[in-house]
Design a protein around this ligand. Structure first.
Ligand code: PGA
Length: 246
């Protein structure tokens, strides 16, 4: 399978802005045929992705979903609602949601299950809040993965996103560190006995065009998950074209 290169615009891009963004991006990445590209937009802009990206090589998705399919949950959005908009991916358990809404590993697993029930692939975010030793990090990852490995591994992507590497003022984690963390995740997935070695593991946290190549050269890094730097479509296109030797 090709590398996965995607972005979440987080709470950015109104419908109008998303239209301009996607219209700019689409031709810039039209030649990328050996990688899977995706864009995750706010709920209010997903219909624009369906409109502007249909028939292109860029897939689209949501940044969160409610664990239940329907009901009395004011303000929430369910998996069938985003599936109906043609979403391929649903991100769950991002550090900012765990931090701002206290999302637990149990809730994250329930959201993964909801996305999968509706035929979508869940991108489940894991990662340590504070930089520690590799052993400490492996312990955090092990706990976060415990519920996830019970989900459908064929429709799962793991995003390793250490909180200390995310957002303005942070720097991407060093490639060797990322390689070791991904190896620990791979080992945990393989230990399930299920074909866990196929689950793509992507890295997110301050990825820009200069960081991509070294990260992708790590053996267990199957892709990149880009945040703020991809808000410029030219930068996302450059990252999508990152040359890789491995
Ligand atoms: P960032 O966000 O690239 O802005 O650090 C990454 C992420 O949260 O996935």
């Amino acid at each position: 399978m090709g590398l996965l290169i995607g972005t979440s615009s987080k709470m950015n891009l109104t419908s109008s802005e998303a239209a301009a963004y996607l219209d700019a991006l689409r031709p810039m990445v039209a030649d990328v045929d050996d990688r899977i590209l995706f864009v995750l937009l706010p709920f209010t802009s997903i219909w624009v992705a369906r409109d502007r990206l249909a028939g292109s090589n860029v897939r689209w998705g949501a940044q969160d979903v409610h664990p239940e399919d329907a009901g009395a949950h004011t303000g929430d959005v369910s998996a069938p609602m985003v599936a109906d908009l043609g979403c391929t991916y649903v991100e769950v358990g991002h550090h900012e949601r765990r931090r701002d809404y206290g999302e637990t590993d149990e809730l994250v697993a329930a959201k993964v299950a909801a996305a999968q029930r509706w035929g979508m692939t869940a991108i489940a975010c894991v990662g340590e809040a504070r930089r520690g030793t590799l052993d400490e990090v492996a312990e955090v990852l092990d706990k976060q993965l415990r519920r996830l490995v019970e989900c459908d591994l064929a429709r799962l992507v793991i995003a390793y996103e250490p909180a200390w590497a995310i957002g303005v003022g942070s720097q991407a984690a060093p490639p060797e560190w990322v390689g070791k963390a991904h190896a620990a995740i791979r080992e945990r997935l393989a230990a399930t006995g299920a074909p866990g070695s196929d689950v793509p593991i992507i890295y997110g946290g301050s990825v820009g065009p200069n960081e991509g190549a070294a990260l992708l050269e790590q053996p267990d890094v199957d892709g990149l998950f880009v945040g703020r730097q991809a808000l410029d479509p030219r930068v996302f296109a450059a990252i999508a074209h990152t040359p890789v030797q491995r």
